[in-house]
Structure formats: structure tokens, C-alpha cells
Write a protein that binds this ligand. Structure first.
Ligand code: OGA
Ligand code: NI
Length: 433
């Protein structure tokens, strides 16, 4: 700009005066005259300075137009990605473009020859009911320690229940926006919440995802709040939710046994929290610039994920992002923050994220399970000893909600914030590691 002794003054006015002037007189020339009239200082500016003022007034006019576009865009973005795609976007709008270091490096996603694809351990649940139970528990324990993720097969959920859930989810997101909008809510405790991105109130960069979150506990009480259309939504989704609840309990029983922890904890899950998140990731014109979900960990004990046959889930493994190839009929299971805390850090809650692609819509259904929301989660007594001290603070759901409402959700910060750090001779609570 102006390289002269008066430049700080010009800078001051370039911010304040043109915007004031252009508000009273949006026409550039008039606002320029007002700048000059309002500022006797300008009369002493060199000619270069006067040219700068004109440029500033012009830029101001342009940026007002841009802001107006952004304001209009903002309201549109709040309606979700599905809606955005219906308007026929051919480029990813700025609001969804991640800073360069956070962008995914897509290397032939979904191609099984890709070295960035990972075969997760596959746990055959039918083995738990045979003499091979001990071996299956050993495999499960290894998967929870090494990956924090595994897939389950022979889980006993009828394929019809699974197919119906995917089908009704597709039909829900296929309804006109006006139908879906009825379920929009910013109240984190609402039993039904339709929304977009990760946290659309706080996210500076939006994610390429729309979601429907359904509380499932207690099912009879929340069911009347669930979407009434498609007409079979409640029927299909509640059958699926019941299946997820019993599968979760079966898995938790095996996990407690693998940790050597008393089965008493199992009854805590009878009335435990259960949230289902139906995710929709529409095709994206520039999938290298954005993500369907940013890196995050899940808050509960276990998440049971059903994905249609479109790849997209990536987990962090040995400091790299690796894609999980969908296995037909299998569920992807991952350890949540609560189980990492409960296991005193033996089992790991791992960061994961979702890639989008330019060709196919992707649907996934995540079932997140934990103890009742009012229950305080702490490391299991059997896993705490002098040689293996308590590594996490006690935590509850209210603390978590407060945390996500107050801070922009960043990676694993919640879990990190619950870690205890040990100094020479004392334990310090609340320190971030
Ligand atoms: C989630 C999640 C992964 C996926 O909903 O928490 O991580 O592949 N989903 O949709
Ligand atoms: Ni997740």
C-alpha cells in the first residue's frame, strides 16, 4: 500500500472511514468524497494516497457484495449438502474447503490393491459359542489393543434387518428438503436431530455430510419423536436399533471377559445410552478439498458401524490414514473414549475420519453405546493397581456435552482432557497432555 510516514493513518481510515461512508452513500464516488470531506488529514496526503482511497472504496463495495453472497450461501449451507447438491454445484464452495494440510490425499480410494487400504481383524462371533471361545477372545483383545477397530461377522443380525435399515435411510435422505427439515434441531439433547457438517453451529469449515441422529433409549419413549416418513422408518429403524443393542451387549460381555473385569458392569448397559447416527455423504465434485467427517474419536464404549458397500472410512494406523474396505454383511466396531477410560488405557479409542468421492452417494449408520448418561465412567477397579495407576479422571456425559458446547471440537481433545498426568510424586487432574 502506501509507503510513507502517513501510512498508519491511512490504514486506520481505510478500515473505518470508507465503511462508514459507504453505509451512508454506497455509490463509490460519493463515498470517496465523503471520505475526503470527513478526513481533513487526507487533504495532506500525497496523490498516491488519494488513489489508494479510491481503490479502498472500490474494494469495500466489492467485499460488501461478496459478504452478501456469503450470507446467502450461509443460509443455504445450513440446509445441508444434499440440498446443495440438488442446486447443482459443480465446485466445492469455500465454506467446505479445508486448509491444505488437513486435506485428504486420495490414492485410488476403494481400490483393494491400494497400499493405503487396511484389512481390519475379522472377529467371527459364532466362535464365542464354541470351544474356540478362548482363541476368539484372544483375537478380540489383540484387535482392541493394536487397532482399536475390528469387523464382526456371523453376528446373528438378520440380513433383512440390515438391508431394510440401509434402504430406509436412503429413502429418508431422498425426501424433499422440507420433509427432512422438520427434524432439524440444535438442541444436543433432542431425541431426533437432523443436521449437517459435524457441529454446524461451530464449524468454521463445513464437512460434506448430512445426518439424522436418533436417541434410542428408552425406545418406547423416543419412538414417537422419530420421523414419521418414510412411513416404515420407525418400524425398520427400531428393529435395527434392537438388534444393535443386543449385539453391543454380546460384544461387551466378550470384551469384559477379555479384560479380566467382573461381569457386574454388564447390567449397567441395560439402560445405557444408545444413539444412532444415520450419515449421508453425497457425491462431491472435488473430494480432495474436503472431508465427510473430520478426524475424531467416538465418545461411548463401542460404536457399531454399518456402511453400504461404498468405501470412505479411514482410521489412523501407525501414523497414517488407512481406508477400511467394506466387508459385505460385516459391522465395523470401534472402541470409544469411555472404553479407553474404563480399560485404563489398555484398549484404544482411535482417531478416524471419512473421505468422500465424486461418483457415489455413501450411507453409513453408526450406533454409539455407553452406560446411562448420568453414570460416572472411571477405570475398572481390577485394572488399577500400584504398578498400573489410574490414568484417567472420572467422567460423565454432562461433562462431555459441556466440553463440546464450549470448545470447537478438535480431534481427540476430550479424551486428552480426561488424562491424568503423573508428576514425580503427585497426580495432577485436568492437565492437557
Ligand atoms: C461416526 C463415524 C464413520 C463412517 O459416525 O462417528 O465415524 O464411515 N462414521 O460413516
Ligand atoms: Ni466416529
Amino acid at each position: 500500500m502506501v509507503v510513507s510516514p502517513v501510512s498508519p493513518i491511512l490504514c486506520f481510515f481505510s478500515i473505518y472511514i470508507p465503511s462508514f461512508a459507504s453505509r451512508i452513500a454506497p455509490h463509490t464516488n460519493l463515498s470517496l468524497s465523503l471520505v475526503l470531506v470527513l478526513s481533513p488529514l487526507y487533504t495532506s496526503l500525497p496523490f498516491m494516497g488519494a488513489i489508494d482511497v479510491a481503490a479502498i472504496a472500490k474494494t469495500e463495495g466489492e467485499s460488501m457484495v461478496k459478504r452478501e453472497e456469503e450470507r446467502m450461501g450461509e443460509a443455504e449451507y445450513m440446509k445441508g449438502v444434499r440440498h446443495l447438491c440438488d442446486t447443482g454445484v459443480t465446485k466445492v464452495p469455500n465454506r467446505y474447503i479445508l486448509p491444505a494440510p488437513d486435506r485428504p490425499h486420495i490414492v485410488r480410494c476403494g481400490d483393494s490393491t491400494n497400499s493405503h487400504n487396511l484389512k481390519l481383524p475379522i472377529i467371527d462371533l459364532s466362535l464365542l459359542h464354541t470351544p474356540k471361545r478362548a482363541m476368539a477372545l484372544e483375537d478380540l483383545s489383540m484387535a482392541c489393543k493394536e487397532y482399536g477397530f475390528f469387523q464382526v461377522v456371523n453376528h446373528g443380525i438378520p440380513s433383512e434387518v440390515i438391508e431394510d435399515m440401509i434402504d430406509v435411510s436412503k429413502r429418508f435422505f431422498g425426501m424433499p428438503y422440507d420433509e427432512r427439515e422438520k427434524y432439524m434441531s440444535s438442541d444436543l439433547r433432542s431425541p431426533v436431530r437432523y443436521g449437517t457438517s459435524f457441529n454446524q453451529i461451530k464449524d468454521r469449515v463445513f464437512c460434506w455430510r448430512d445426518f439424522l441422529k436418533l436417541s434410542c433409549q428408552p425406545l418406547e419413549s423416543v419412538l414417537p419423536f422419530w420421523p414419521s416418513s418414510p412411513a416404515d422408518m420407525r418400524e425398520k429403524t427400531s428393529a435395527y436399533a434392537n438388534g444393535m443393542k443386543s449385539l453391543f451387549k454380546e460384544l461387551m460381555s466378550a470384551i469384559l471377559e477379555s479384560l479380566g473385569v467382573s461381569m457386574n458392569a454388564l447390567s449397567e448397559f441395560d439402560d445405557g445410552s444408545h444413539l444412532m447416527v444415520v450419515n449421508c455423504f453425497p457425491p462431491c465434485p472435488e473430494p480432495n478439498l474436503t472431508l465427510g467427517m473430520p478426524p475424531h474419536s467416538d465418545y461411548g464404549f463401542l460404536t457399531l458401524l454399518l456402511q453400504d458397500q461404498v468405501a470412505g472410512l479411514q482410521v489412523q494406523y501407525k501414523d497414517e490414514w488407512v481406508t477400511i474396505d467394506p466387508v459385505p454383511g460385516a459391522f465395523v466396531v470401534n472402541i470409544g473414549d469411555h472404553l479407553e477410560i474404563f480399560s485404563n488405557g489398555i484398549y484404544k479409542s482411535i482417531l478416524h475420519r471419512v473421505l468422500v468421492n465424486s461418483l457415489q452417494n455413501r450411507i453409513s449408520i453408526a450406533s454409539l453405546h455407553s452406560m446411562p448418561v448420568e453414570k460416572v465412567i472411571s477405570p475398572a477397579a481390577e485394572l488399577v493397581s500400584e504398578s498400573s495407576p489410574k490414568r484417567y479422571m472420572d467422567t460423565d456425559f454432562t461433562t462431555f456435552l459441556k466440553y463440546i458446547s464450549s470448545t470447537e471440537f478438535k480431534k481427540k481433545n476430550f479424551l486428552e482432557s480426561r488424562k491424568l498426568t503423573r508428576t514425580m510424586d503427585q497426580t495432577t487432574e485436568g492437565q492437557l497432555c
